[in-house]
Design a protein around this ligand. Structure first.
Ligand code: FAD
Length: 440
C-alpha cells in the first residue's frame, strides 16, 4: 500500500510504501536488501518516520497494554500504544508516567526513539529514566531484550536513536503513583526575559511543571516580556481521564492561507498577554490539562498554511544564558520576524549521543517558514554554535550535518560509529537520517 506523509512542520512530503505487521511473525519476513523505517503515530515535526526509499513499518497493530505490576511500579506496553491510552489506563488507578511530550496522540515507540522530555525535565529528566527495558527486532540481530543490565549499548542507542536500531516491539516502563490527581495551575507576569528566567530558577524545586511563554513580536514592551506558568499537585476525588479527544490528520493538503503572519502575530500575542495579566491562572484543573497543553489544539499547526513553520529548540548551557540572550536580542531586532510561540524550560540531565538532553535552559521558538524567518534562523545557528548549544534534531527540519556536527561534536561521531558497528548497512533509515549525514 502507498501513502503520502507530510511532516508536521510541512517541510517534507513524500509518498512511501507502507507495511502493517500484525505480529512478530510478519516482521521476521522482512527482506534483507530493502530499507525500512518504523512509524508510530507519525506526528513528529520533522520527517523522522518516513522516507520515499524506505518501507514504512506502521505499528498500529502492536497496541496492547500487557501487564501492570503495581508493587514494582512497572507496566508492559506494546510500542504502538498511544500515550492517551496509557495515560487513561494509569490515571484511574492512581498512577502516571513522567517525561512525556505535551501531546498524547503519540506512540510509546515514538516517545522512546525521540527520548522525549516534558515540562517536568528538571524533576524527572528525559524519558530514558522511565524505561526499564525494551524488546526490539532487527532483521540481522533477531529479537533482543535490552536494559541497563543486558545489551546496555543497544538500550542506549535505541532510546533517542531515531528508530535506527530496528523495531521496538514492547517496553517495560516505570510508573509513579500519585495521591493527588488534580493540579493547581498558576502564572506570573514578568516584563523582561531575564526576570522570567531568574524567577524560573527560583521556582524550579517547588513546582511539578514549569514553563514560560514570551511575546517575541513588535507588540512587546520589553524584550522577552511574558508569563511564567507552573503547577503543583492538588487533591482530587477520582482519577480524571482525558475526555473528548479530537485527533487531527495532518497528512493532507491544507489551505494556503497563513493566518499567523506579520500582522496577526503581534495582536495575538498582545491579547494572550493581556488576558494572562488580568486573569492569571490560579485554579485547580485535571492533571492532564497541565501535562498535555496541546489537548485539542492541533489546529494551531495549520495556522501557518501550506508553507509551514520551523521549530527551533535549543539547549543553552546555564553559564551562557545571559550572553546568549544579549546576542539573540540584537539578531532578532536586526532580522525581525514575529514569533507566536516562544518558551523556556529548565533542564537537568546528561548529554549522550544525539539526545536532546543536558543541563541548561531549553529555549524554543516557532518561526514562520518564509525568507525572513529562514534568514533569521541561519544567523541564529551561528550563535547557537558559539554558545555551545545543542538543537533538538527531531524538531528542526532545516538542520543538516554541517550544523549538527559543530553542535554535537564527538557525541555525533560516537553515535554514528556505534550505529554502523551494529548495522553497517543501516537497514532502518528515514529522511531525517539522510539529512543529518548518517549515510555519508
Ligand atoms: C503537539 C506536539 C507536542 C510535542 N511536544 C513534545 C514535548 O513536549 N517534548 C518532546 O520531547 N517532544 C515533543 N513532541 C515531539 C514528539 O514527542 C516526537 O516527535 C515523537 O517521536 C512523536 O511520536 P510518534 O509516535 O508520532 O513517532 P513517529 O513520528 O512515528 O516517529 C518518531 C521516531 O520514532 C521512531 N519510532 C516510532 N515507533 C517506533 C518503534 N516502534 N520502533 C522503533 N522506532 C520507532 C521513528 O522511526 C522515528 O524515528 C511533540 C510533538 C507534537 C506533535
Amino acid at each position: 500500500m502507498k501513502k503520502t506523509y507530510i511532516s508536521l512542520d510541512r517541510s517534507t512530503k513524500q509518498t512511501c510504501n507502507v507495511f502493517y505487521p500484525e505480529s512478530i511473525t510478519d516482521l521476521k519476513k522482512l527482506r534483507r536488501g530493502n530499507n525500512y523505517i518504523v512509524q508510530g503515530s507519525g506526528v513528529s515535526y520533522t520527517a523522522a518516520s518516513f522516507d520515499s526509499n524506505s518501507i514504512v513499518i506502521k505499528m498500529d497493530n502492536f497496541n496492547q497494554i500487557k501487564k501492570m505490576d503495581q508493587k514494582n511500579s512497572q507496566i508492559v506496553v506494546e510500542s504502538g500504544v498511544k500515550l492517551f491510552e496509557l495515560y487513561n489506563y494509569l490515571i484511574v488507578k492512581g498512577f502516571i508516567i513522567t517525561s512525556i511530550p505535551g501531546y498524547y496522540d503519540i506512540s510509546i515507540g515514538g516517545i522512546i526513539a525521540a527520548n522525549t522530555h516534558g515540562k517536568d525535565h528538571y524533576m524527572n529528566g528525559c524519558f530514558y529514566n522511565s524505561v526499564e527495558s525494551l524488546e526490539i527486532f532487527h532483521p540481522i540481530h533477531g529479537q533482543l531484550i535490552c536494559s541497563r543490565d543486558s545489551n546496555r549499548h543497544i538500550f542506549d542507542l535505541t532510546i533517542g536513536g531515531f528508530g535506527l536500531t530496528g523495531v521496538i516491539l514492547n517496553a517495560v516502563l516505570r510508573i509513579k503513583s500519585i495521591s493527588k490527581n488534580r493540579t493547581k495551575k498558576l502564572s506570573i507576569y514578568r516584563s523582561e526575559m531575564k526576570q522570567i528566567i531568574s524567577s524560573m530558577y527560583n521556582l524550579k524545586d517547588k513546582t511539578e511543571s514549569l514553563i514560560s511563554w514570551h511575546n517575541l513580536s513588535s507588540s512587546s514592551k520589553k524584550f522577552g516580556e511574558g508569563i511564567l506558568m507552573y503547577s503543583k499537585l492538588s487533591k482530587g476525588e477520582e482519577g480524571l481521564p482525558i475526555d473528548k479527544i479530537n485527533i487531527i490528520n495532518h497528512n493532507k493538503r491544507i489551505h494556503n492561507i497563513s493566518f499567523f503572519n506579520r500582522l496577526t502575530i503581534p495582536w495575538i500575542n498582545k491579547l494572550f498577554l493581556l488576558n494572562s495579566i488580568y486573569n492569571p491562572f490560579n485554579k485547580v484543573t485535571p492533571h492532564f490539562q497541565i501535562i498535555f497543553p496541546w489537548h485539542n489544539k492541533l489546529f494551531y499547526f495549520f495556522g501557518y498554511g501550506e508553507r509551514g513553520f520551523i521549530e527551533s529548540q535549543v539547549l543553552i548551557p546555564k553559564k551562557n544564558i545571559k550572553p546568549y540572550f544579549d546576542e539573540f536580542q540584537y539578531l532578532w531586532k536586526k532580522y525581525y520576524t514575529p514569533i507566536l510561540i516562544t518558551s523556556c524550560k529548565i533542564f537537568r540531565g546528561q548529554k549522550k549521543y544525539l539526545n536532546f538532553d543536558g543541563d541548561g535552559l531549553n529555549f524554543s521558538i516557532d518561526v514562520i517558514k518564509d525568507r525572513t524567518g529562514l534568514s533569521f534562523l541561519k544567523h541564529l545557528d551561528k550563535i547557537n554554535i558559539k554558545y555551545g548549544c545543542i538543537s533538538n534534531i527531531m524538531k528542526d527540519s532545516r538542520l543538516q550535518y554541517g550544523t549538527i556536527i559543530k553542535q554535537y561534536k564527538n557525541s555525533y561521531l560516537e553515535f554514528k560509529k556505534n550505529i554502523l558497528e551494529y548495522d553497517p548497512n543501516l537497514i532502518f533509515r528515514s529522511h531525517l537520517t539522510s539529512r543529518i549525514g548518517m549515510l555519508k
